[in-house]
Ligand binder design. Sequence first.
Ligand SMILES: [Mn+2]
Length: 414
Amino acid sequence: MSSRSPVSHFLPEPKTLAIVGCPFSGGQAKLGVDRGPIHLVQAGLPEQLSELGWKVLFDGHHQFEEIDAASDPPIGKLKNPRLVSRVCEAIAKVVGEHAKKGQLPLTLGGDHSLAMGTISGTFEQYPDACVVWVDAHGDINTAETTDSGNIHGMPVSFLLGLGSKIPEFSWVKPLLKPERLVYIGLRDVDAGEKKILKENGIRAFSMHEVDKYGIGRVVEMALDHVNPKRDRPIHLSFDVDALDPSVAPSTGTPVRGGLTFREGHYICEAIYETGCLVALDIMEVNPSLADEAEVKQTVAVGCSLARSALGETLLGSPFAQTRASTTLLAYPGRSHIQEKDKKLVLAPPSHSTLEKLGSTLVQKEGQESFLAPQNYLTSRYPASSFSPFAINTTFISTTSHPTMFNGVLTPDIV
Ligand SMILES: [Mn+2]
């Protein structure tokens, strides 16, 4: 297992994560999803995350108040409304408290209705957070559009404040703005949900876009939409049913044609690399819906998605080391290199310099980039400032300001 020291814009050192185990299944009808977090922990997830350099807090799975079915009749079509509401409200408090202490809450579901709680908790500490929702489904039905009445298909609409107001859920503040939400992996979206997505201008990358552009470009476009300067906190809510059923078979509502193993992990790795992740949900692992081997496979995938989102890489630490080397550049006394808002601001090369380097400025959708070979870097900055990892570094400008580059350094080769 390779690891790198986590880099974060929002979490203090030592990096601490709190596992919030939620054995809860009240947002849908299938038994067993409440066993998901128990299996994930038993598979060694806390230890695996410690190995990645995190201080891991886990003090047992949450116990929820029991509300029997007789005292929790449907409200409209909504099933188990009081139970779901109260559990989510409790989880919102727990997640919010961890976030306020500077810890990264990792919530293990349990069904996806829980995200009503986790995301509410994130907003308590990070009101300008954005949400990346990875799922086969939109989970954005309202009390009016739902067919099944299962609340795990509805948490996003509550967070956005859509649909009729239900007093039982009045604690959910509509803090999520449509432009701060992006989906990846959709392929089973109800007609009512399609209408909601369209009317609210919510950006969604379905499997069609993943096929068309490739996962790398999709994640880049998704982040450009919700987090263009990569300076907002990110809450990643990952439903394992986003993955193809051949990858994650043991889940409540599998839909064929999903993300490959690598596509799913790439999303997690790319979000970790932004340094903006502040909260993570791994949802809908249900260890009772497949044979033993498939359950084991699904639980293992849940663990590896979490590890990828929390710093595990395939080949070690090129990104972390490049970042470390760039901080060396930010010493005072050089007007063309400044540290600003935790980012390096570099003067861009002139066109004639670029020509000499055999490099050109590439402009695309508000970003500019050029490949800076070592000779450019060493001619302008002392060679000692660079680790070998900075060789052939692409400088990407995330501003349209003509005289400055926000120093985002992306290593092209190692
Ligand atoms: Mn979901």
